[in-house]
Design a protein around this ligand. Sequence first.
Ligand SMILES: NC(=O)c1ccc[n+]([C@@H]2O[C@H](COP(=O)([O-])OP(=O)(O)OC[C@H]3O[C@@H](n4cnc5c(N)ncnc54)[C@H](OP(=O)(O)O)[C@@H]3O)[C@@H](O)[C@H]2O)c1
Length: 234
Amino acid sequence: MMESRGVYSGKVLVVGATGRTGQWVVKRLLHYGIAVRVLSRQAEKALSLFGESVEIVTGRIQSREDIARAVKGCDAVLSALGSSSYSGESSPTEVDRDGVKRLVDEAAKSGVKHFGLVSSLGVTRWYHPLNLFSAVLLKKWDAEEHLRKVFAPPALSCTIVRPGGLKDGEPLLHKLHVESGDRLWSGWINRSDVAELLVLSLWVEKAKNKTFEVVNDCEEVQSTLEHCYDLLPE
Ligand SMILES: NC(=O)c1ccc[n+]([C@@H]2O[C@H](COP(=O)([O-])OP(=O)(O)OC[C@H]3O[C@@H](n4cnc5c(N)ncnc54)[C@H](OP(=O)(O)O)[C@@H]3O)[C@@H](O)[C@H]2O)c1
């Protein structure tokens, strides 16, 4: 159900929207009454998930032209893209590194002001076991660095959320633990809370230009996750 809360008046492009975190990003944007466009290689899947409540642009993350069409007229991009195979079009190289970098470049070129990205705990550690999967964390780190560089100018901003292991479930059911410096080795978090943090980054000033790790602390119903951003160093 759409609620108009007036917290953010821009239009947001969600990429990876048909994925498990991406679907929550769309749900939470709609919860706040925010206009949503999605870029998906599977328009039918997007239509069956979101119906008429979002604008759907069919396209591939490998195509600059498709991305340019999708970002045109959007004020922000939220990416929940993620690789799902060792090689081919859904590999870490194609999706987590080159796909995200291409998206960042096209977004900046088209005038997007804020970019939110789902990354992962452990991206700064080349020796992490997850790098046995086509060096996935190193690819994500490369994309993070690119995003921080391209969105560094003062008129632009980015927020990079590095979650622990992802679980399904409703948002706002856990108190969260946030840190910076990539020092955490374990922990879980609901995809819906990752989505909520990304959505809040659109208008919470303290979220701008922050890269942080986040996992569950304990079960405790939350009225908002905004305070998580107060806990991060400037
Ligand atoms: N799993 C974990 O425990 C964990 C922990 C930390 C961080 N992360 C990261 O968190 C993010 C979200 O994870 P998730 O589990 O929600 O992911 P997911 O359900 O696998 O969704 C991934 C999304 O990426 C899209 N995608 C994949 N390959 C693509 C391609 N070649 N072109 C266009 N779109 C493509 C998928 O589109 P389709 O729907 O069309 O396939 C889907 O929308 C990922 O970056 C993941 O690496 C995961």
